[in-house]
Design a binder for this molecule. Sequence first.
Ligand code: FES
Ligand SMILES: [Fe+2]
Length: 400
Amino acid sequence: MLRAPALTPALAPIDPAGLADALKPFGESRMLPPAAYVDPAVFDWEQRNFFGGGWTCLGFSAELASPGDQRAESVGDGSVLLTRDEDGVLHAFANFCRHRGHELLPCGISAQRQSIVCPYHSWTFALDGSLRTAKGFKGEAGFDETRWGLVELPVCEWHGLIFVDGSGRAGSLVQSLSDLEPLVAPYEPERLVIRGRHTYDAAANWKILTENYHECYHCPMIHPELCRVSPPKSGENYRPAGAWVGGWMDLRDGMTTMSLDGTSSGAPLRGLDETGLRTVIYVNIFPNVLLSLHPDYVMTHRLTPLAADRTIIECTWAFAPEALELADFDPGYAVEFWDITNKQDWGACESVHRALGSPHDVAGPLSPDEDAVYQYVTMVARGYRGQSVWDPDARLAVAG
Ligand code: FES
Ligand SMILES: [Fe+2]
């Protein structure tokens, strides 16, 4: 079951001197200590305090669109049951029965049913989590069924993504992402339709994958296809206050999107201005979403860490409904481009992970082109010190 983090800030089991080096001013700082990427004790701490201890993305609203839709997902070292009720309201519950704790649905499994039935002794709950029937308890003195509803957790649907706060104490996600909202809103991700999906299994720590996403310093070496359509030194990074890091890059003249030949068989997203049609925005919503906003599609990577050295990445490509109507629409132009690029990235990240296990490795410096990596690393380091990642006031206070 979900374990709430301690009320006093939980400090990660990691060398404080290494964190102090990571938190030095940009230009003087170092990456996180190697133990942050390979030590199982740090991984366990992250599962409890980052993934189970705040807002984590569990998938898409479209996957739980109808009343009765149910799905269980692992979160941190526990699991969550999502349900859509008769009024269309999404709920999240700790995924265990209030009788003797059996899982209500196995992780990764979906169901469509108008009630939640425990597979052990068949206690039955409504889609809003209230207990409906407990076999054999009817009329039992002292049994108050209103006491034994499921444990409900904060859930938030943000632009078609489902986030759950496993701690129940992370505060408002909407507030934490308030400075990201105006960047994402014109793309209307909640309106788009997924037409491509790949699942990758990378032998690398989840933070290495994210750090790699935050810089194009590596692009000239490993991404020839990307460099043909987008100049690797173009763009700038944002200065966020909330639980996210990101930046934007240009498309080269004559290129309309990120594809192998720079052309699109889709349709431009209707809410974009001239700038939106010439750029790609890359943002990471901490801890597990990479949202890549293109002129004509939105790509989402959702990271699920299984161990310090293993991460599952679910990558999806979503397009405007009007693009799907086009006679020559084929999502392959976007999917193929990023599948090639993704595999180039995972290969580099796996190599980095192997080196981090070496007894000779020490945390390295960051180049001037890696300022978004710096923002990410300092966010993680402050989290390791017990500061809430989701509290924009806390982040601004430190930055200021
Ligand atoms: S554990 Fe669920 S009904 Fe007994
Ligand atoms: Fe890359």
